[in-house]
Design a protein around this ligand. Structure first.
Ligand code: HEM
Length: 408
């Protein structure tokens, strides 16, 4: 019998997100922690191990969460330096005490209460988006609605001009492919040409808000610092903005797409939500468990440790398979079934866990629920076009179909 450990490791392609669940089920069973030579990461697949790693932020830091999978070439580093590209660790890839200081400020922006105050504006964005679809059946609902919807919501909240959505979406997609995919040397250079203007854009935006603060969260961050660099520097605010302008919509776009795919594939779920919209928040939570858009996230081991009996050396990179944790039957019985009434739904790890738990979770939950309410009400007859080929971008962390053809 072949060694199960090398078997999983040999067949696992961490960048291929088209059908990740079968190999991960095998990993949970046979090799819960294994080494992936393709990316030089230790892959962790069980819920308990991943949660313990998230909890122990002194042994496992988040310092590598934005490290490029394909290290930047000298040419790329040169381009970044000459473009004054200077984002610094603030949230996702930062460590205490700096993370603690910045996170405490950003937490004050994204409270559920503050997010609820945006609900009427979000509903308006959702209604306009859905109204734009009504006469288009059949349509790629990603291209016409879900690609831009979360960016319009986020831009409203942050006070970024709506006219810039297409440009920022393009920059954000480019940044994901550059850091989380494996571009060739030439592709890296092309992508870097787009990264430098993205950074300049956020620096200019922050400077403008500093000159003329308005009623938005970016201006609130500027007000909090009150000119005091020991509270927060302008460069730290720009670094928060570039993070938010990627993390705050690409994730939600992909999560909505995953939810639509599954709800329409099992149409009784869609019909149930059309009849009883009160069930939408629970169902969305189950969708996040079932197919999380941030399918894997990273940690860096700074001390030697043991995970599931496997020795992890100091300096090792860990790839935590959140989509696998969420299908672990030790926590979620019959994990491959959609069951929105699970008593422990919030134990899913789709938003991470611990000190880096997704700061945008209240906004993501609200905007996804509003869109689903609007869609189920306007288009209860919505259905998937049969026989379509789903495409997933090659990368290690962000999973959602690139297009989704629907009709009604
Ligand atoms: C469904 C959509 C979303 C998903 C699946 C998601 C998922 C995640 C995950 C897995 C993490 C890492 C947590 C950890 O390391 O423990 C994270 C962190 C983060 N997310 Fe989200 N996210 C979503 C939406 C958003 C939105 C809407 C925003 C902003 C408005 C946002 C901003 C952030 C930020 C800034 C962090 C870093 C927090 C820190 O390190 O302290 N996310 N998210």
């Amino acid at each position: 019998m072949p060694c199960p450990i090398s078997n999983v490791s040999a067949t696992f392609d961490p960048l291929d997100l088209s059908d990740p669940f079968p190999p991960l089920a095998q990993a949970r069973r046979d090799a819960p922690v294994f080494y992936s030579p393709e990316i030089d990461y230790w892959v962790v697949s069980r819920h308990a191990d991943i949660k313990a790693i998230f909890r122990d932020h002194e042994t496992y830091t988040a310092a590598n969460t934005i490290a490029p999978i394909a290290p930047f070439s000298d040419a790329v580093q040169q381009m970044l330096a000459s473009g004054d590209y200077s984002p610094e660790p603030v949230l996702s890839n930062n460590v205490p005490p700096s993370h603690t200081r910045i996170r405490a400020l950003v937490n004050r922006l994204f409270t559920p209460r503050r997010m609820k105050s945006f609900a009427p504006a979000i509903r308006d964005i959702a209604q306009r988006g859905v109204a734009g679809l009504i006469n288009q059946s059949p349509v790629d609902i990603v291209a016409e609605l879900t690609y831009e919807y979360p960016a319009h919501v986020l831009f409203h909240v942050l006070g970024v001009p709506a006219a810039d959505v297409p440009q920022v979406k393009a920059w954000a997609g480019n940044r994901i492919k550059l850091y989380y995919g494996r571009p060739s040397a030439d592709e890296q250079i092309e992508m870097t040409k787009n990264l430098v203007p993205f950074w300049r854009y956020v620096v200019d935006l922050v400077a403008e808000k500093a000159r003329e603060p308005q009623d938005d969260l970016t201006s609130d961050l500027i007000r909090m610092r009150a000119g005091d660099d020991s509270v927060l520097t302008l460069n730290e605010i720009a670094s928060c903005m570039i993070t938010l302008l990627v993390a705050g919509h690409e994730t939600t776009t992909a999560q909505i797409n995953n939810a639509l795919l599954h709800l329409l594939s099992q149409r009784e779920c869609w019909e149930a939500l059309s009849r009883a919209p009160d069930a939408i928040p629970q169902m969305l939570e189950e969708m996040m468990r079932f197919d999380p858009s941030v399918c894997a996230w990273r940690r860096l081991a700074v001390k030697p440790s043991t995970v599931a009996g496997v020795e992890i050396p100091a300096g090792a990179n860990l790839l935590l398979m959140l989509n696998s944790a969420n299908r672990d039957d030790a926590v979620f019985p019959e994990p491959d079934l959609i069951v929105a009434t699970r008593g422990n739904l919030k134990d899913h790890l789709a938003f991470g866990y611990g000190i880096h738990y997704c700061v945008g979770a209240p906004l993501a939950r609200l905007e996804m629920a509003i869109l689903l309410e609007t869609l189920t009400r306007a288009l209860p007859e919505l259905r998937l076009l049969p026989g379509q080929q789903l495409e997933y971008t090659r990368n290690i962390s962000f999973r959602g179909p690139e297009s989704l053809w629907v009709a009604w």
